[in-house]
Design a protein around this ligand. Structure first.
Ligand SMILES: Cc1ncc(COP(=O)(O)O)c(C=O)c1O
Length: 393
């Protein structure tokens, strides 16, 4: 028996990660992106698959490997600790896909030296940071590839578009930094035809027009996350940064019935481990937030907020057993959740429970707990084993 099936047997709750679905989603996104290209640009398009936050909970290393095998041009991370972990793994697998780190540079020189030893694409959001990175690169006799982030309306990080021109002019003077890319980030791209997103595209395009005419030609120009790929494809941009779509979801559950062809990658599952007959009028779980309205049977499932299954599903969520929905009753505990299986239950001990996945999309769980699919999958904790299926190697 392999190590992985042992894991399944030891833990009743686990997340099955379908790598074939991941690849399917990658190719859907790629197709959408290439559709928007003029003939001139078709061979000059780059996909940076976003694998930050442990690939939104799906397991960064294995997902990155699969995406690299599918042909992603870059792998996108949010900070340098993720980037270093990923880099070490890719080396062991002899994969040389470039890591693009969208996070800010570390402030301590020792850490800058560690990252300057790598061949990442480094994001620049501050001229002083760029100067320090440049001096570290110089001391190593290296030239590092950097991408400049410009803020066109998100107001999070990046050079404000109004002052970015002067900043870029300064950065271009630094001889040990090679400015290969420029990018911005959408605030509302997931809402089809949203005016603010259109304004961002136009502002960034106007800025690029001027900066490229006077200052520098950028090899990589980008603004699109998943929402951008679906709603704001524009041939000016030749690089995309999809995240959530790779894992099978459209970013906004209000629009989730849009036919995307995306397939959920994570199937979060457990088993029924205990069944109890409970008379009418009895309370279930902590805080006595639920009382049975009839004589019924209650099934207990060994999963809870300690696994990242949201406590906000208390008295609201549902699970699927043999294609049937069952209501969560009472407070979701750290390690247990209870469901009402009715007075004449068809459910038995050891039956498989679908918490979410292909049979029950994360959108539903996200809606019940007042959040978005991103947060649900990213929050699944390390206690839950990730079992990879349909690997391409
Ligand atoms: C800068 C940046 N680019 C791309 C992405 C990917 O976004 P999405 O998962 O909506 O495709 C993110 C995710 O938050 C991001 O912060």
């Amino acid at each position: 028996m392999g190590k992985k099936s042992m894991q399944v047997l030891i833990n009743d709750s686990y997340a099955e990660i379908d790598l074939k679905a991941l690849k399917n989603n990658f190719f859907i996104v790629k197709k959408l992106f290439s559709k928007s290209s003029s003939k001139r640009n078709i061979n000059n398009k780059f996909i940076c698959s976003i694998v930050k936050a442990d690939a939104y909970g799906h397991g960064m290393l294995r997902c990155a490997e699969e995406l690299a095998l599918a042909g992603t041009d870059f792998l996108g991370t949010a900070d340098y600790s993720e980037s270093l972990r990923l880099s070490a793994y890719l080396k062991t697998k002899k994969i040389n896909t470039t890591i693009f780190c969208m996070g800010t540079l570390p402030t301590a020189k020792t850490y800058l030296e560690v990252i300057a030893n790598e061949n990442f694409h480094y994001t620049i959001v501050d001229v002083n940071d760029a100067k320090i990175l440049n001096s570290v690169a110089k001391s190593f006799n290296k030239t590092l590839n950097v991408q400049i982030q410009v803020d066109s309306g998100m107001n999070r990080v990046g050079f404000p578009i109004e002052s970015a021109y002067e900043a870029i002019a300064e950065i271009l003077k630094l001889k040990n930094l090679n400015v290969v890319g420029i990018y911005s980030h959408f605030a509302t791209s997931e809402i089809p035809h949203h005016k603010f997103a259109v304004r961002q595209v136009n502002a960034f395009k106007n800025f690029l027009h001027e900066a490229e005419a006077d200052l520098h030609k950028f090899k990589y120009k980008h603004i699109s996350n998943t929402g951008g790929v679906f709603n704001h494809n524009d041939d000016t941009f030749n690089f995309i940064r999809p995240g959530i779509s790779l894992y099978g979801y459209y970013p906004d559950d209000e629009y989730y019935d849009i036919k995307t062809g995306l397939k959920p990658v994570m199937n979060f599952k457990s088993k029924v481990r205990f069944i109890k007959k409970v008379p009418k009028g009895k309370s279930i779980s902590y805080g006595r937030r639920y009382f049975t309205d009839k004589d019924t049977y209650i099934a207990s499932i060994p999963v809870g907020y300690g696994d990242g299954y949201p406590r906000s599903l208390t008295n609201k969520g549902e699970v699927i057993i043999k294609k049937k929905k069952y209501d969560i009753v009472g407070t979701v505990c750290m390690d247990w959740v209870m469901i009402d299986i009715g007075p004449k239950p068809e459910v038995k001990i050891n039956d498989e429970v679908i918490l979410f996945g292909a049979e029950y999309p994360v959108y539903e769980v996200a809606k019940h707990s007042g959040t978005i699919p991103y947060e649900i999958t990213s929050n699944i904790t390390q206690r839950i084993p990730r079992i990879y299926i349909n690997k391409s190697r």
